[in-house]
Write a protein that binds this ligand. Structure first.
Ligand SMILES: CC(C)(COP(=O)(O)OP(=O)(O)OC[C@H]1O[C@@H](n2cnc3c(N)ncnc32)[C@H](O)[C@@H]1OP(=O)(O)O)[C@@H](O)C(=O)NCCC(=O)NCCS
Length: 268
């Protein structure tokens, strides 16, 4: 689904969409749900099942094969997540032997008359590759520039990925990682603080719960947040935009209403 940048209703509902020459579209997903407000930068290619409110992705980022992006995550520019793998267990890593043709590389070879062989190659390829799975990016994650995240990696809540990292392993919550391959640089806070942050989950309440708390002393700040929650601070509900690839429709699910409203019917 190609999403034109002139869909003013989306902007009014809180999706800042800066489309460019590349497309913003669910690549393989039939359905993508984005809570608003959110921002998707210029030349971003997005393929996630869900993205939480307050999250943003900056210019020239290729974010593919993602299951979820949490709330209030900051994804910087020139990143590349979830690039597809080629076959390592077959005689060639070239894609021509796992695709019958009719794609950009048809000029190299066309295997339309060998579909059984192609299907068998695809099955052998998937046997090795399918259990890597989709990427999961937590809440309040910050990803710097020029980062690569490999398929199946889970980035925990509050984690930070330094510029130029190649992330090949799961990243625990509230840790800072960098390098090629990425290794843990340090934890952001002491373990007791991390534990409390993960219990509190401030993003469930929205940044409103953070307002005027003691930023200079994290333990005091956590005390204050816990007290606000004990006193019934309301959880934040966000409206959701639903992009349906199969019908080329964009729907709105309001947080305070049952049912969905059709916003756009796009051309195929
Ligand atoms: C990782 C980062 C957040 C700094 O974290 P930090 O804990 O303050 O790190 P420090 O600067 O104290 O450095 C600690 C160690 O990590 C290393 N390090 C810092 N950034 C690194 C990176 N991106 N990759 C690999 N190693 C890195 C330092 O060399 C240092 O190593 P040493 O202990 O062997 O001397 C920061 O360097 C970074 O990469 N920020 C991203 C910036 C960006 O892309 N912004 C985009 C705009 S949103």
């Amino acid at each position: 689904m190609q999403i034109p940048s002139n869909l003013t209703l989306l902007r009014e509902l809180g999706l800042e969409l800066r489309t460019g020459s590349r497309d913003f579209l669910p690549f393989s997903n039939q359905r993508m749900e984005i809570e608003v407000p959110a921002m998707i930068g210029r030349d971003v290619f997005l393929d996630t099942e869900t993205m939480g409110g307050g999250s943003y992705i900056c210019t020239n980022t290729y974010a593919r094969n993602i299951k979820s992006i949490g709330r209030f995550s900051s994804i910087s520019e020139n990143n590349s997540f979830g690039c597809p793998d080629h076959a390592l267990n077959l005689i060639t890593s070239h894609a021509c032997i796992i695709n019958p043709g009719k794609t950009w590389y048809t000029p190299f070879i066309d295997f339309h008359d060998a579909t059984d062989w192609i299907n068998n190659n695809v099955a052998l390829f998937h046997k090795e590759n399918e259990n890597k799975g989709k990427i999961e990016i937590g809440n309040d994650v910050w990803i710097g520039t020029h980062v690569r995240i490999m398929n199946g990696v889970k980035i925990g809540d509050g984690a930070v990925i330094g510029s130029q990292a190649v992330v090949t392993k799961d990243v625990p919550p509230y840790t800072i990682w960098g390098g090629v391959p990425a290794k843990m640089i340090r934890k952001r806070f002491d373990d007791d603080v991390i534990e409390r942050l993960l219990q509190i989950r401030w993003w469930d309440y929205g940044p409103e719960i953070l307002k005027n708390t003691s930023s200079e002393n994290i333990r005091k700040q956590l005390d204050e947040l816990e007290e606000r929650i004990r006193n019934g601070f309301p959880k934040k509900q966000y409206d959701k935009l639903i992009f349906d690839e199969s019908t080329h429709q964009i729907w709105l699910q309001r947080s305070d209403k049952e049912g969905q409203e059709l916003l756009y019917q796009l051309n195929g």
